[in-house]
Design a protein around this ligand. Structure first.
Ligand code: ARG
Length: 458
């Protein structure tokens, strides 16, 4: 049975059939296609477009089909797409009344509905997964409150910070990701059915009723826009690309930290892989693959943007190519979040190693400049003076702690005995109490805010 070839005399070429088919990918949408058809049939019957008894037969067939798909009893692989496959099956089971299912509907508005229903659910799950991972990071931050590590800019030692502060930097990136997904779901949550092929329909349908049945807060306003729109997927892919960028940066930090050169953390064996030739290797492949798959997600975003960029209104078959980018991105995002939530609750922290690294270099340089500022020296001057002290230390092979008070005073009479308190590692970290800084109280405030953020209604 071919539902769309009434006007043709010849059969479709096999290569064309395979080339145009999307069933291998879009069969994933069966649940949403059936939910959409169910609401559509109820609406047709409520509006008197089909009889109640007819609707019942179709609804019954839809229910059975769903069960059979779930049991793996139906194989649609030879069909063009999931919409035609299910419709054909309804006709097979319900008889002639099944032919009424596609009244006042097109596959163009149908696919938009399926995708929106699917994406709405997936976004909900992704938001929960982000929140779970935030909880893991926050838990780790709270467990290691006093751990000091070197903070970097340009991957050079810059200033010492709390390890928890570094972890929470990722927490806030994830918080923005969560907001982006939430916001994008407002535009996903618009009901497209009833746009028909492109122009709406002359039949007296009730779109608001379908929206109510499927829990959409509103219906789309313009039928051309409705079937020609894939913004909701592009926005999702863009939020996903940014999230993956964050996870990829975390991967990079993780890979560095677990390398022997840093030795800041150790991943548990269950999350590491070995080498086929070097028996001693313990590799952070999970982090590397998350970093690697980020490229693929960027590619999916650019791929769909490119597909859409020169399409005349309204629907064009090019748009069928949105499936792979969408499905693969969801898979990568969900798996990465699940893996990281698990992996980060199984890492060992080597605080001595972090501290030893943090003590290297002239970590207190900025603190000493600030010290002079407190004594009334203009900051630029203080910067120069500390630079000169560092030069002197390098020539003498000393650190700040190796200088005497009179050494300091040779550079500036503003130095007093209290300078020695300011070059201690702990004080350099704990005194950064400006809002959002790495100081103790400041971190406590941050943790309080973080707790609020993850307990909000998702
Ligand atoms: N399979 C198509 C898609 O995914 C939906 C069908 C629209 N096809 C058509 N010939 N109008 O976009």
């Amino acid at each position: 049975m071919d539902l769309c070839r009434g006007r043709f005399t010849e059969e479709i070429d096999k290569l064309v059939r395979d080339f145009t088919s999307s069933i291998k990918l879009d069969k994933k949408l069966y649940k949403y296609d059936i939910a959409g058809s169910t609401a559509h049939v109820k609406m047709l019957s409520k509006c008197g477009i089909i009889k109640e008894i007819e609707a019942e037969k179709v609804l019954c067939a839809l229910k059975e089909i769903e069960k059979d798909i779930e049991k793996g009893k139906l194989n649609f692989n030879q069909k063009e797409d999931i919409h035609l496959a299910i419709e054909e099956e309804v006709i097979k089971r319900a008889g002639e009344v099944g032919e009424k299912l596609h009244t006042a509907r097109s596959r163009n508005d149908q696919i938009a509905l399926d995708e929106r229903l699917y994406l709405r659910e997936e976004i909900g799950q992704i938001i929960v997964l982000i929140n779970d991972f935030q909880k893991t990071l926050l838990g780790l931050a709270e467990k290691n409150l006093q751990v000091i590590m070197p903070g970097y800019t340009h991957l050079q030692y810059a200033q010492p910070i709390l390890f928890s502060h570094h972890l929470l930097a990722y927490f806030w990136m994830l918080e923005r990701d969560k907001e982006r997904f939430k916001d994008s779901s407002r535009r996903v949550n618009v009901m497209p059915l009833g746009a028909g092929a492109l122009a709406g329909t002359s039949l007296r349908i009730d779109r608001e009723y379908v929206a109510k049945l499927l829990a959409f807060p509103k219906v789309s306003e313009n039928s051309l826009d409705t079937v020609g729109d894939r913004d909701y997927i592009i926005e999702f892919l863009s939020a996903a690309a940014i999230l993956m960028m964050h996870l990829s940066r975390l991967s990079e930090d993780f890979i560095l930290w677990s390398s022997p050169a840093f030795s800041f953390i150790q991943v548990s064996d269950a999350f590491a892989t070995g080498s086929s030739i070097m028996p001693q290797k313990k590799n952070p492949d999970v982090a590397e693959l998350i970093r690697g798959k980020t490229g693929k997600v960027y590619g999916h975003l650019v791929s769909l943007l490119t597909t859409m960029k020169a399409l005349p209104l309204s629907y064009n078959r090019d748009m069928q190519e949105d499936k792979l980018p969408l499905f693969e991105t969801i898979e990568v995002v969900k798996t990465s979040l699940k893996l990281y939530a698990k992996m980060f609750s199984h890492i060992k922290i080597d605080k001595d190693s972090m501290r030893k690294e943090a003590e290297k270099g002239f970590f207190a340089a900025t603190d000493l400049a600030d010290y002079l500022v407190e004594k009334g020296v203009p900051f630029r001057k203080a910067h120069q003076l500390i630079g000169a002290i560092i030069k002197y230390c390098l020539e003498e092979g000393k650190g700040f702690e190796g200088l005497t008070l009179s050494d300091y005073q040779k550079f500036s009479s503003s130095f007093g005995k209290d300078v020695f308190g300011r070059i201690k590692l702990d004080s350099c970290v704990f005194n950064k109490e400006s809002a959002g800084g790495t100081g103790k109280k400041s971190l406590a405030r941050q943790i309080k805010e973080a707790k609020k953020a993850i307990s909000l209604k998702l």
